[in-house]
Design a protein around this ligand. Structure first.
Ligand code: PHE
Length: 448
């Protein structure tokens, strides 16, 4: 089994894949929206602190579990277990992560399908098919099912090819495309009237809000969602990292990329909102709050693109392709969690397992679509507000309380012989044992 598992062929391959998983709709849509509605730079500051001080240590725990176990989340956690009780607990935590990834994919695929459909709309307009253009952005059942199916097909297509040929190859192609598109769009928005005002709103912190409980909870949730924690994803990606690599730096690099892209997305979306306002588009809802969520992406921004005439069609296309690409490199990681579990635990061939699980998740998506007003929110809340923090916390408990210090050190020393003398080793084990689980628990209880 070990020989056929696959491994990232290079350090950059892992960085692109893990950053691909991390950078998604959460960064380009969630982060700017949350920032705009939580006092601008105050939220950014808190987010940065929490991302590095809480999410990064938890992320390291998950990578380490996977690299040690060299297997899917359940098997990896069980390898660290010493008693039958640990083993059962390991199963619950690992399998919980697998289910969480599947649940997230079942609604994420719908949102990503919308991005694809909005990228097709300008093409339909260019070729003069106004009926198609209207249909692809309608909220009809058929349109939702079709575009979710298209997006799931792409996800399955990549994952069927495995680690090197699928995940790594496509992440290496798509991530540079994503960064290029993002930078071009930022450059363009900065040339427009109103952008400076947006920049001010983004970068001037309202420090008084820094300690607001709501802001803290949103920032922590955002940081965990963004690093794909508590879903078995980073455990399985960790298991594909070669023992020659230095995990501590790799983890830090991925966190840095994730946070930087969220920051860049803020530089695009928030100024774009103020440019829209300068063009007469309403950016405040009736209660005086900034329009966020789907209203921002599917109403405010498209209205802005419309004011740009012909150029607007290109900008709209580029923007929604950017969103689709970001979503795809994340969705493949969500599918890899359940697929690796079925392939390794039940000895099913990868291609068959991928298609089968892809279809199952798609059926779940259609169930959500059939009652979208209620189900979308319900599944999203269940998986991201409950599932992710609880499972991420239990992974920290596993590393901190069940694993021996000497074993942790041994695994960290692979590819990093001097880790014992580093600041990381002085702080992190203690941090993962006490601070991470407590902080996650506090925030979690608070959010209830
Ligand atoms: N991190 C991704 C994003 O920001 C979402 C994600 C969550 C990916 C969980 C994998 C697992 O959009």
């Amino acid at each position: 089994m070990a020989a056929s598992r696959g491994e990232f062929s290079s350090r950059i391959g892992f960085i692109m894949a893990a950053a691909g998983s991390a950078v998604g709709l959460g960064n380009i849509w969630g982060f700017p929206t949350q920032t705009a509605s939580n006092g601008g730079a105050a939220f950014v500051l808190v987010y940065l602190v929490l991302a590095f001080c809480l999410a990064y240590p938890a992320f390291m725990a998950e990578l380490l579990i996977g690299r040690y176990g060299q297997a899917n989340a359940v098997t990896s956690l069980q390898k660290m277990s010493r008693t039958l009780f640990h083993k059962r607990f390991a199963f619950l935590v690992g399998f919980g992560g697998v289910i969480c990834a599947a649940l997230i994919l079942s609604f994420y695929g719908i949102l990503a399908g919308w991005m694809v459909s909005y990228a097709i709309e300008p093409i339909a307009k260019v070729i003069g098919s106004d009926t198609t253009a209207t249909w692809v952005i309608s909220q009809s059942l058929a349109r939702n099912v079709l575009f979710t199916a298209i997006f799931m097909f792409l996800t399955v297509f990549v994952i069927r090819r495995g680690v090197e040929d699928g995940i790594e190859k496509w992440s290496k192609r798509l991530m540079p495309l994503l960064i290029t598109l993002l930078i071009i769009l930022i450059g363009y928005v900065f040339t427009l009237d109103g952008a400076t005002e947006g920049l001010n709103a983004y970068l001037n912190p309202d420090i008084s809000r820094v300690l607001e409980p709501d802001l803290l909870i949103s920032a922590l949730g955002q940081a965990f969602f963004s690093l794909s924690l508590g879903t078995s994803v980073m455990v399985i990606y960790g298991s594909y990292i070669s023992k020659k690599e230095n995990l501590v730096t790799l983890g830090a690099q991925v966190t840095l990329i994730d946070v930087s892209i969220a920051f860049l997305a803020g530089l695009l979306i928030i100024p774009a909102m103020y440019v829209a306002q300068a063009q007469g588009v309403a950016i405040f809802a009736e209660d005086g709050s900034l329009i966020s969520g789907s209203g921002l992406v599917f109403t405010v921004l498209p209205s802005l693109f419309e004011t740009m005439g012909g150029m607007g069609l290109f900008v709209a296309f580029a923007f929604f392709i950017l969103m689709s690409v970001a979503a795809l490199t994340s969705s493949i990681s969500m599918l890899e969690g359940p697929v690796s579990f079925v392939v390794e635990r039940h000895n099913v061939e990868r291609k068959k397992a991928t298609t089968f699980i892809g279809i199952l998740i798609f059926i779940m998506s259609t169930a959500i679509i059939s009652n979208i007003g209620v189900m979308l929110d319900f599944v999203a809340t269940l998986a991201t507000e409950y599932g992710q923090p609880i499972i991420a916390m239990l992974c920290c408990v596993f590393v901190g309380w069940i694993w021996h210090r000497s074993e942790i050190l041994k695994e960290l020393q692979e590819g990093n012989e001097t880790v014992e003398n580093s600041l990381f080793w002085k702080i992190w084990p203690w941090y993962t044992k006490f601070i991470c689980p407590t902080a996650i628990l506090i925030v979690f209880i608070h959010s209830l």
